[in-house]
Design a protein around this ligand. Sequence first.
Ligand SMILES: Cc1cc2nc3c(=O)[nH]c(=O)nc-3n(C[C@H](O)[C@H](O)[C@H](O)COP(=O)(O)O)c2cc1C
Length: 317
Amino acid sequence: MEPLSIGKVKIETPVILAPMAAVNCASFRLLCREAGAGMVTTPMLVCNQVVANPEKIISRTCYLKEEKPISTQLLGSDRKLMEEATRIIDEFSDVIDINLGCPEKDALAIQAGAFFAKHPEQIEKAIAPVISATNKPVTAKIRTGWDEKSIKTLEIVRILEDLGIDAITIHARTKKQKYSGKADWDEIMKAKEQANVPIIGNGDIFVPGTAKAMMEQTRCDAIMVGRGAIGNPLIFRGIKALLETGQGLPEPTEQEKIDSFMRFLKYYKKHEKVRAFTELRQQAMWFTKGLRGARSLRDKLMRSQTVDEILSIYSNT
Ligand SMILES: Cc1cc2nc3c(=O)[nH]c(=O)nc-3n(C[C@H](O)[C@H](O)[C@H](O)COP(=O)(O)O)c2cc1C
């Protein structure tokens, strides 16, 4: 397993936490780093909002020095806003990533995200202002195209390389697929054959064995894990061990999973000052999925109102 270099940033373990809106709070990111992720990513930050309310967005993102290296993901398409948002988040970020794949209506409405899968000729307006506003490495995260009839992975990769991008993540699905169907890893493989910049493969890694399979099948330089890490940051421990030694680890025990959530709660209490309590409850639901006695735990969780109440529920398990 080779470390990954994105521009001047060296990432010891080429396994990255995917950007995930409403999931990647600082406490979760930190847990993923501790478990073995080589780099973590913020949820996407919409450039309009960053510029309109920088203090709020920065304090909500809650950058921690312990979680570095961190990539900040930006979504947008307006040149001025992209440039200004980049200047605002620059000092907190080791890498800046640009979202060219979000399929949601709000993103398409501002001609951003997966809009560019349909209009690759316009990608320049989201990328060039960011590159010109920072000395940090700039990466992009793409889908393979708008739908199965218009696969554009290789065209988009070429455009991004010409613009001077430092690495490209490929979520190997179309915009139309959203999260359904299977990710088409062949697109990652073809991009890797063509590209001169690092290619990060993404899509459908839920267990360590699949991480290894993606690296072997596509020869990508790094992998990115999203849903497989939700409520389960220990997945990074298993992936790292398997990639480093070729040997898998036993599944995390119930106790390890509870310990991991307790740690999450402690970080949450310490660091996250501006988040809605419902988000914490949601994290608790994810972390307790499948645990013994989960049903009664979840009932208690749904009634809880403070971090301390949740901590006491778990201290008594
Ligand atoms: C809850 C959730 C939020 C997401 N938010 C973002 C986001 O903010 N930016 C982004 O580029 N992708 C986002 N994604 C997509 C993931 O980064 C990733 O590309 C996708 O889930 C496929 O990887 P996986 O199969 O490992 O989950 C999100 C996915 C989920 C499930």
